[in-house]
Design a protein around this ligand. Structure first.
Ligand code: PGA
Length: 247
């Protein structure tokens, strides 16, 4: 069975003004031969300008969220079609900062996935347990439950990725041990195969949460890890390139 093509995606979160486009250009300029795909997910305000800055390079662009509806009276929100129109080909959905901060449920994330697919975007669907859930021995049940609930049947035959991001590892400098990562990724793989059959074996399962150049090689080479979703360390080209170089 061929391994999924790895994907390293940078999630800039609510960081980045026009001056930060230089970092994106530096990422593109510093990419050598990468055995996988590289994407940057800037704030929505920068997607179009980053598209222009990265035209002709191998770096793909993604949004960080989208509304489930196509358009309408939803002040402040962005639709999947708007992201695609601005130049995105991917979109992060169900990030724990949205699940926790905006009450996003698995059902809402699944509806956003459907919207993303109809706009031609490749969803990166995030799942992950809190520290309390891990301590209670619930990590696998929580994560596989989120996978089942957040990935609609409409994904069959479509390109998408799942990102395992333990909430307690995001922005904290803490990371799970390699066996802990592998245990969860294997459980996600089994759930994907249960849901999507043989196609489920080809979906990249990214790890996210305090990935940095110094831990990237170990994480990226762990069993069933098909790339990384990188927050803080994607803001500086040198750090992001260091992670990509560990692929
Ligand atoms: P971090 O964030 O790399 O800053 O921990 C990861 C994420 O939230 O995607």
């Amino acid at each position: 069975m061929t391994a999924p093509t790895p994907l390293i995606a940078g999630n800039w979160k609510m960081n980045g003004l026009a001056a930060a486009l230089g970092e994106a250009r530096a990422v593109a300029a510093g990419l050598g031969q990468v055995p996988g795909r590289v994407a940057l997910c800037p704030p929505a305000t920068l997607v179009d300008r980053m598209r222009q800055a990265l035209a002709g390079t191998a770096v793909a662009l993604g949004g960080q969220d989208c509304r489930a509806e196509d358009n309408g009276a939803f002040t402040g929100d962005v639709s999947a079609a708007m992201l695609a129109d601005a130049g995105a080909s991917l979109v992060i959905l169900g990030h724990s900062e949205r699940r926790a901060g905006y009450g996003e449920t698995d059902a809402l994330v699944a509806a956003k996935v459907v919207a993303a697919l109809s706009a031609g975007l490749e969803p990166i669907v995030c799942v992950g347990e809190t520290l309390e859930q891990r301590k209670a021995g619930e990590a696998l049940a929580v994560v596989t439950g989120q996978v089942r609930g957040s990935l609609p049947a409409a994904l069959a035959g479509k390109a998408f990725a799942v990102a395992y991001e333990p909430v307690w590892a995001i922005g904290t400098g803490l990371t799970p041990t390699t066996p802990e990562i592998e245990e969860v990724h294997k459980a996600i793989r089994a759930t994907l195969v249960e849901q999507f059959g043989a196609e489920g074996a080809k979906v990249p399962i990214l790890y996210g949460g305090s990935v940095k150049p110094s831990n990237a090689a170990e994480i990226l080479h762990a069993a069933e890890v098909g790339g990384a979703l990188v927050g803080g360390a994607s803001l500086k080209a040198a750090d992001f390139l260091g992670i990509i170089g560990a692929l």
